[in-house]
Ligand binder design. Structure first.
Ligand code: SER
Length: 391
C-alpha cells in the first residue's frame, strides 16, 4: 500500500464512522497561537480538547503536516524528518477510550492488513495521583492483544500545564517476520510505536493539580511516514515511496553518501512545504527557520563539491511535494525562491571569506569580533563558525 492509499484508508475508515475531515492543515497555527509551526496533529485542536466546541462537530479526523526543529540533529537517521504528517482522530466529548481502541485495532488489522500477532500494546498502570487505566486494559484483553503496563511512558501531556491524561500505545513488530515476536515494548526496541490513543481527561494546573475536564476527549496520533515504513516492510523512511522520486532523481545528480543525501532530501522537501504554506526566507521567526534549513542543506550539498547547485534541482520534485501536501503553488515560483536564497547565501559566504581573511581575524574570535561581523557585515555567528572550521 503506497502513502496516498494509506492516507485514504485511514480517513475513509473514520469518515465511515461519522468523523468529519478537518479542512486546512497548514504548518502555520492560526493566531493567537504563539508557536511558529504546528508540531503535532493535536496541536490545532488543543482549545477544543479543553472544551471549546469545534465548528465541524465532535468526531473529527485529519492529516496534519507538522514541523519539528527539535530533532534537526537526528535528521539523516532512519526515522526523523523535519516535516512529517500525523494521521489523527478525535472524539470531543463524544465516544470514549474503549471505542477508540477497538476502532484502532480494527483499522490496523482489517484496513492495513497487519497480523494481530505483530502487535503489542501498552497501558497506563497508575501512579501516586491517578489509578491504573483499567478500561483500556480490559478492552485490549477482550481483543486478545498482549498488554504491558507502564507509568511514565503512558501518561501524555504537552508540557507542565494543559490537557493531559493516560494513553495507550500500539506497537508493531519490526523484527524478522519469519520468527515470532519477542519481549515487550519496553524490553525490545524492535517493537516500534505506531499509534497513540490519549484519553484526554484532565487539565493540569500550574500548581500540579489535576482537574477533571467536563467533557473528556480522545486524541489519537499516528506518524504517517513511520506507518508507511513498517507497512512497506522497510528499515528506513527513505526507502519508502515517500522518497522514491527524490533518490531516483538526485542520486545520479549529486554523488553524496547516505546520511548527507538524506539530509539534503529532507531539508529540501521541508523547505518546499514551508514555502508552499506562504513563508519566505528572512532573519526572524518562521522565515529564519526556512533560511536555516536552506543554508544547512546547501552547506551539506557543497561540502566536497562547490559546483553542486540547486539550479539542477528537478522541477518534478517540487511539483511532487506540493501535490502530496495538497498545496496549490506554482513549482516554478518555489524554484525561483530557492535559487534566490542560494545566491544570497553564496554572496554572504564570499563576503565572509573576504572579511575573515583579514589579519585581525587570524586567531580565536572574541565576542566583540562576532558582534562586529554580524552588525557591520551581516555575517551570522553560525556562518562565521562554519567558515572558520572549513577554512
Ligand atoms: N497527542 C498524542 C501524541 O502526540 C496523540 O496525538 O502522541
Amino acid at each position: 500500500m503506497n502513502t496516498d492509499e494509506t492516507v485514504r484508508t485511514f480517513t475513509d475508515f473514520y469518515r465511515d464512522r461519522g468523523h468529519r475531515l478537518i479542512t486546512g492543515s497548514s504548518l502555520l497555527p492560526p493566531p493567537p497561537d504563539p508557536v511558529l509551526f504546528t508540531t503535532s496533529g493535536m496541536h490545532p485542536l488543543t482549545p477544543h480538547l479543553l472544551g471549546r466546541p469545534h465548528p465541524q462537530g465532535r468526531r473529527l479526523t485529519n492529516v496534519q503536516r507538522c514541523l519539528r526543529t527539535t530533532d534537526l540533529d537526528e535528521v539523516g537517521d532512519s526515522t526523523h524528518l523535519t516535516v512529517f504528517e500525523m494521521l489523527g482522530s478525535w472524539s470531543l466529548g463524544d465516544y470514549g477510550h474503549s471505542q477508540s481502541l477497538r476502532w484502532g485495532y480494527e483499522l490496523l488489522r482489517d484496513g492495513f492488513g497487519i497480523p494481530p500477532e505483530w502487535l503489542h500494546v501498552t497501558v497506563f498502570g497508575g501512579d501516586g495521583q491517578v489509578g491504573p487505566d483499567t478500561e483500556s486494559l480490559r478492552t485490549w484483553q477482550e481483543l486478545g492483544l498482549p498488554v504491558e503496563l507502564t507509568e511514565d511512558e503512558n501518561w501524555w501531556s504537552n508540557g507542565p500545564v494543559g490537557p493531559c491524561g493516560p494513553d495507550s500505545e500500539i506497537f508493531f513488530w519490526t523484527g524478522d517476520p519469519g520468527t515470532p515476536p519477542q519481549g515487550t515494548p519496553t524490553t525490545d526496541p524492535r517493537w516500534v510505536e505506531i499509534w497513540n490513543h490519549v484519553n484526554m481527561r484532565y487539565h493540569r494546573h500550574e500548581d500540579g493539580s489535576l482537574e477533571l475536564l467536563p467533557r473528556p476527549g480522545i486524541d489519537t496520533g499516528m506518524g504517517l511516514e513511520r506507518l508507511v515504513t513498517v507497512l512497506q516492510g522497510q528499515r528506513s523512511v527513505y526507502d519508502t515511496d515517500v522518497f522514491e522520486p527524490w533518490l531516483r532523481l538526485l542520486l545520479p545528480l549529486w554523488d553524496l553518501d547516505e546520511r548527507p543525501m538524506r539530509l539534503v532530501c529532507d531539508h529540501l522537501r521541508s523547505s518546499i512545504v514551508v514555502i508552499g504554506d506562504g513563508v519566505r526566507p528572512s532573519n526572524t521567526g518562521r522565515g529564519y527557520v526556512l533560511r536555516r534549513l536552506i543554508r544547512r542543506l546547501l552547506t551539506t550539498l557543497r561540502r566536497d563539491d562547490l559546483s553542486r547547485t540547486l539550479t539542477d534541482l528537478p522541477l518534478e520534485l517540487i511539483g511532487h511535494t506540493l501535490d502530496h501536501f495538497r498545496q496549490s503553488y506554482d513549482p516554478g515560483t518555489v524554484r525561483e525562491l530557492l535559487l534566490d536564497e542560494e545566491l544570497r547565501f553564496t554572496k554572504l559566504l564570499e563576503r565572509g571569506q573576504r572579511v575573515l581573511s583579514r589579519p585581525e581575524f587570524k586567531g580565536p574570535l572574541s565576542e566583540d569580533d562576532y558582534h562586529y561581523l554580524h552588525d557591520t557585515h551581516g555575517l551570522p555567528r553560525d556562518l562565521v563558525a562554519g567558515l572558520l572550521t572549513t577554512g
